[in-house]
Design a protein around this ligand. Structure first.
Ligand SMILES: NC(=O)c1ccc[n+]([C@@H]2O[C@H](COP(=O)([O-])OP(=O)(O)OC[C@H]3O[C@@H](n4cnc5c(N)ncnc54)[C@H](O)[C@@H]3O)[C@@H](O)[C@H]2O)c1
Length: 348
């Protein structure tokens, strides 16, 4: 088994390496990443990439054939990975996430890769006032980031055939501890606020629905996708998470306040409801991946984040301006002239 993971040096990647190394102790596992966040390590004793057979540093916009040759499986995690970055870098988001992802899939297919796994997102459901969204529900992407995921799925679909299986895992919003922790994710942000300032302010009326998934359970789903049965379709897009993790934002804040004593939660009752609100139906994933269901629950995820942040001696109430936010890292690399306006490394 030879697996290439694109975008492995972010928040999700380290857990994927860990999991796949356990599943394929003798497999060849290779990483390919441009390394925007390579130095954003949190609480590590060793580099997560140590468990790979090889790490390439390169841009997904220009993947040399030798990276893909002989590979059985390609996992694409590489992305400009949230809405605020998509606002600031709209064209790059569409180029990296959509155009380059499709170019990669086409070349992978030509070179004999058998399975392509794409980290998609439930954010493509956007604003939804009615019931929980199934895979057949209408998509309503509200941002460049969400559109990039919709376009990618659309263009991956015709590539799938009996020799090239495509799995789009529509992940819920990630949370939990990682070797490259991000605090620009709702639950992680709440735990960080609680620890740093004993105060969580919800910048909405708290009513939006936001399904979550522990980052380690994302790795489990990717592991499942590698060997999933073709009977579920040569092309498969599946909501990846669990019914139990469909939370309203205010429930998340209250759950954090229960674990961390003395935390005040303010809900801005005047605020208009956040337009991004969606409940998601995870029945399909439950049916087709019964042995790879999310195992972590909200309480242990919060406790684990607390433990991880305390071990980092985290106390920065200005963390939204820190390197634990992906957008801040990119803008700071740009202001120090390391990255161009197109988010390409400058060589000189
Ligand atoms: N974190 C979530 O809540 C979540 C939810 C659903 C889907 N996803 C998807 O999962 C994937 C991984 O998310 P993450 O949280 O680890 O994001 P991240 O931003 O932490 O990591 C993304 C990785 O992609 C790499 N990358 C970006 N542009 C690149 C380029 N041009 N060439 C090569 N590498 C490039 C970055 O260096 C980084 O290592 C993304 O596709 C994301 O959209 C994440």
């Amino acid at each position: 088994m030879k697996i290439i993971i694109f975008g492995n040096m972010g928040y999700v990647g380290p857990g994927v390496i860990e999991r796949l190394r356990e599943t394929y102790p003798k497999g060849t596992i290779i990483g390919y990443d441009t390394g925007f966040f390579a130095s954003c390590l949190t609480n590590v004793d060793y580099l997560p990439e140590r468990k790979l057979d090889h790490q390439y540093f390169g841009d997904i916009r220009e993947v040399p054939d030798y990276v893909l040759e002989g590979a059985d499986v390609v996992i694409n995690l590489a992305a400009i990975s949230n809405d605020p970055m998509g606002v600031k870098f709209e064209e790059v988001t569409l180029d990296v996430n959509h155009k380059s992802g499709i170019k990669l899939a086409k070349r992978a297919k030509e070179l004999g890769v058998k399975s392509f796994i794409f980290a998609s997102s439930c954010s493509m459901y956007g604003a939804a006032s009615d019931g929980a969204k199934t895979e057949d529900s209408t998509l309503n992407p509200l941002t460049a980031y969400a559109r990039s995921k919709v376009f990618t799925e659309q263009d991956l679909k015709p590539l799938a055939d009996k020799n090239f299986t495509v799995t789009c895992l529509r992940f819920a919003t990630a949370c939990g501890m990682s070797s490259r922790l991000r605090l620009d994710l709702v639950l992680n942000d709440f735990v960080a606020c609680a620890l740093a300032s004993k105060h969580i302010t919800i910048l909405s009326d708290g009513s939006p629905w936001r399904p979550l998934i522990n980052v380690k359970d994302m790795a489990v789903a990717i592991d499942w996708a590698i060997t999933r049965s073709a009977s579920h379709g040569e092309f498969l897009a599946v909501n990846t998470g669990s019914e139990a993790w469909n939370y309203q934002v205010k429930d998340l804040a209250e759950a954090v306040a229960k674990v961390i004593p003395g935390v005040k939660v303010s809900i801005n009752t005047e605020a208009p409801p956040d337009k991004r609100s969606y409940r998601v139906n995870f029945d399909l994933y439950k049916k087709i991946a019964p042995n790879h269901q999310p195992q972590h629950d909200l309480l242990t995820t919060i406790q684990d984040l607390k433990k991880g942040l305390e071990a980092m001696k985290f106390s920065d109430s200005d963390f939204r301006d820190s390197k634990l936010m992906r957008l801040k890292v990119l803008t700071s690399l740009q202001s120090s002239s390391q990255l161009s306006s197109e988010l390409k490394w400058k060589t000189n």
